[in-house]
Design a protein around this ligand. Structure first.
Ligand code: NAD
Length: 245
């Protein structure tokens, strides 16, 4: 049976953030109603119910997950905070709490925003595929906890229980309202700190436009079914074809 537009309800944990807000806006366009869970509120929109709370608090999560069958988890402390205990509490314990709350609430699908850095070992990766192993020596605490977080979510995929999971791994995300990537580069350039070359000047880095990242998340969510090969798998995501929904 086809779900009528408007009757689709999902939750976005971290929906007040840069990626989260773009995801929420696209979900609304596609006829979903959205339960937004975040520690802070950054905007209001028709079709969005805001629930303020810390994702480490299962009771708070449960009220946001009521009548929701699909959950996107794109909350994380900022990598720049470099606060090991905070990353461990939110990205590891908090993700365990998210999974438990999903199971308790009868959620059927969980889509995690992971990171391409989970396979970055400090040396060049060109055309890296998903069969690369997790980094043995992650570059920072943030990445270390993103690895643990991704493993937790993918291992929680359980077809008999009707709980399906998938992870999307973007690298640097840019686009409207980007609070970090481009502003940091522009700021460094203004302060004259971009006058050096890393390597021989041919190095490449993978930045992905935010709408492509959103597109990847929604495709993953809408193809996540018990008979789908994407269950329990991570996917790198980058710019390629223009976005067409
Ligand atoms: P962001 O900081 O703009 O958004 C993160 C949101 O999570 C914020 O609104 C914040 O309030 C919320 N949050 C943090 N701790 C929370 C908690 N304990 N409980 C509830 N909400 C909490 O970051 P973003 O750039 O939108 O990143 C979204 C996701 O994408 C993150 O998982 C991040 O690891 C991943 N990611 C981002 C990039 C990038 O370049 N921005 C690259 C790769 C992966």
């Amino acid at each position: 049976t086809r779900v009528r537009p408007g009757s689709k309800r999902c939750a976005v944990i971290g929906g007040s953030g840069f990626l989260g807000r773009h995801l929420v806006e696209k979900l609304l366009d596609r006829g979903y109603s959205v339960s937004l869970f975040d520690i802070r509120q950054s905007y209001e929109l028709p079709g969005v119910t805001f629930h303020q709370g810390d994702l480490c608090d299962k009771q708070a999560l449960l009220s946001a997950l009521k009548d929701v069958s699909l959950v996107f988890h794109c909350a994380s402390p900022a990598p720049s905070s470099d606060d090991r205990l905070l990353f461990e509490r939110v990205n590891i314990q908090g993700t365990q709490t998210v999974i438990q709350a999903c199971l308790d609430a009868g959620v059927q699908k969980l889509v995690l925003t992971s990171s391409a850095s989970v396979v970055f070992e400090g040396t060049d990766v060109k055309n890296g595929k998903e069969d690369l192993p997790y980094a043995k020596k992650p570059i920072d605490y943030y990445t270390q906890t993103k690895i643990e977080q991704e493993k937790l979510v993918l291992e929680a995929c359980n077809k008999p229980k009707g709980f399906l999971t998938v992870a999307i791994r973007p690298h640097g995300i840019f686009g409207p309202r980007d609070p970090q990537l481009v502003p940091t580069l522009v700021d460094a350039a203004r302060r004259g700190k971009m006058k050096f070359i890393i390597g021989d000047g041919t190095n490449l880095v993978d930045f992905t436009y935010v709408e492509n990242v959103v597109h990847g998340h929604i495709l993953a969510a809408e193809h996540l079914r018990a008979d789908s090969p994407i269950c329990g798998k991570p996917y790198h995501i980058t710019n390629d074809e223009p976005i067409r929904f």
